[in-house]
Design a protein around this ligand. Structure first.
Ligand code: 48F
Length: 257
């Protein structure tokens, strides 16, 4: 019966996909632009990478442009990444370009999956796995389970590296910093919280701050600004893309040694 085949097709391929992703090279928490760019370059380098986003539609803060005007600005330095993802761009002024936020978000997602990354939507990462004081995986649950406050245990997914790409909330850094005796690689040892907007400094520092913040845990995108206390930058996305590429390069270098 076709009705049963539809169900069987979905169930068998979904659980096959999930089982294949229980042991990862890289788990990316958050499906914003920086994390998706990272997923693409990591997968292209042949690493086993999965990305988890709590929403139905991954893409984070990129879909809506600014104030829902669905255009985004990027700068010359990030243009090579825009080209890697086949996104149309229009020169604007002074080395700035505009791109369509819907086209670019879908292009990032499409190319990341085609490069070999697996994206799990509706997954909330609620904790990390700790082994010998190294972040070694993620603890996941269905977003609706957490929203409803249901008493349902999560599942564990192991990873050689975990990326916190959760944006302004820097949730994985907060989770790790909340454990007894843990200090992140920041001025205070904890999550400092992002500063008010400064486009030039924010864009520079988001890339500079992209790094391994605790053994096994990397930060990219706004999470790296939030953890280090550097400025937000608003709807200019070159820094997000460069940060995603940088975190991928750092991990590729580490894991391919
Ligand atoms: O915030 P977000 O878009 O991340 P980003 O890559 O990009 C920031 C920009 O969009 C923008 C900006 C640029 O100027 O300021 O804000 O740093 O996306 C973060 C994603 O992480 C998901 C959330 O649903 C969003 O799609 N997320 C957050 N916490 C969790 C999570 C979690 N605990 N588990 C799973 N997903």
């Amino acid at each position: 019966m076709i009705e049963t085949q539809v169900s069987k097709g979905i169930i068998s391929t979904y659980f096959d996909k999930l089982q294949k992703n229980l042991d990862l090279d890289v788990a990316i928490v958050g499906g914003g632009p920086s994390g998706i760019v990272a997923a693409y370059y990591l997968a292209k380098a042949g690493l086993k990478v999965a990305q988890f986003d709590r929403k139905l539609s991954p893409g984070g803060g990129m879909w809506g442009g600014a104030m829902m005007f669905n255009q985004i600005v990027i700068q010359e330095e990030a243009l090579h990444i825009v080209k890697d993802f086949d996104i149309n761009y229009v020169p604007f002024e002074d080395g700035l370009y505009t791109i369509d936020s819907v086209e670019s978000t879908s292009a990032l997602l499409y190319h990341a999956v085609h490069a070999g990354a697996t994206i799990f939507n509706c997954y909330s990462v609620e904790d990390v796995v700790f082994k010998d004081n190294v972040v070694s995986g993620v603890v996941v649950n269905w977003t609706p389970v957490l929203r409803e406050g249901l008493h349902v245990d999560p599942l564990n997914i192991m990873a050689k590296c975990v990326i916190d790409g959760t944006g302004h909330d820097s949730e994985m850094c907060k989770v790790v910093a909340s454990k007894n005796g843990i200090r992140l690689d920041t001025a205070t040892g904890g999550v400092i919280g992002e500063r008010s907007l400064d486009v030039v400094e924010g864009e520079r520092m988001v890339v500079e701050g992209t790094r391994e913040i605790y053994p096994g845990l990397y930060v990219c995108g706004m999470a790296s600004s939030a953890v280090a206390g550097t400025p937000r930058m608003g709807p200019i996305f070159g820094g997000m893309m460069l940060s995603g590429k940088k975190v991928a390069d750092l991990i590729i270098e580490k894991l391919k040694k």
